[in-house]
Design a protein around this ligand. Structure first.
Ligand SMILES: [Zn+2]
Length: 253
């Protein structure tokens, strides 16, 4: 996820961002969860944009899967405001080209999601990342979640073998995936990120870890670094304009 927050694309420094150069926190498959109305969908869309913008391949595209019930809801996402220190992301005339390389696919249920992911090779174009927003709108029971995760991981591997690059990001509401269930998602996701509300409009993202006497691997976070992203978010509403701004990123050791 650090691509979105590190401001590193032009190598410029920003006093709000602390990263350990050379280290990448991009996992091949990530699960990001948080409370309702914490800006997940806005972060997902901005992440898709950053992936496209920073891709080496000018034709690379990102596929964003959304639940059909969110179609036409223009209050669902808010644009990310530029950083107060370094002004990232800077809006340019090129942006439309990047937005056009994000392909949105609306699906209805777990069965459609499985089918789409299994037939991903039929979806034409150089699709190098797949983002599934609101997984809990497609499935909440392990019997539905596990096959989807398995197929998503297989699709990530397919993208990597075909295009030499492939990322999967799955987002969900924390309550729909109890902590023990989230732990089982580590089978497929290298990184589980959790969004927590601090106060008012302040949120933070950090890696979720589990302490275990039995399995030492579960104790260790994936990245032995501090990994914390602070941002402020207020949702869009019919009367007020939403707001999302990254305040501080700390991914230094
Ligand atoms: Zn900045």
């Amino acid at each position: 996820m650090e691509r979105l927050f590190s401001h590193r694309q032009d190598g410029e420094a920003c006093e709000c961002v602390l990263t350990d150069a050379g280290r990448s926190s991009d996992a091949k498959m990530t699960f990001l969860h948080g409370p309702p109305r914490c800006g997940k969908s806005s972060l997902a869309l901005q992440y898709a944009f950053e992936l496209v913008k920073r891709s080496q391949d000018e034709e690379a595209m990102v596929v964003l899967v959304l639940h059909v019930s969110t179609k036409g809801n223009r209050h669902r996402v808010v644009p990310v405001d530029p950083c107060e220190s370094c002004n990232t992301p800077v809006k340019t005339g090129q942006d439309m080209i990047y937005w056009n390389r994000i392909r949105i696919k609306y699906l209805e249920n777990a069965s459609q999601l499985r089918h789409f992911v299994c037939s991903f090779h039929m979806f034409e174009g150089i699709n190098t990342a797949l983002i599934v927003d609101d997984l809990d709108m497609f499935c909440t029971a392990p019997a539905q979640i596990y096959p989807c995760m398995a197929f998503l991981k297989e699709t990530m591997e397919y993208m990597r073998s075909k295009f030499n690059s492939g990322l999967v990001l799955v987002l969900g509401t924390s309550q729909a995936f109890p902590r023990e269930l989230r732990r089982t998602l580590r089978r497929w996701c290298e990184l589980i990120l959790q969004i927590e509300k601090s106060n008012n409009d302040a949120f933070s993202i950090h890696e979720e870890t589990w302490k275990s006497e039995v399995d030492w691997a579960d104790i260790l976070p994936l990245f032995p670094v501090t990994y914390r992203i602070d941002y402020t978010f207020t949702p869009d509403s019919p009367t007020t304009q939403g707001h999302l701004q990254i305040q501080r990123v700390d991914a230094s050791s």
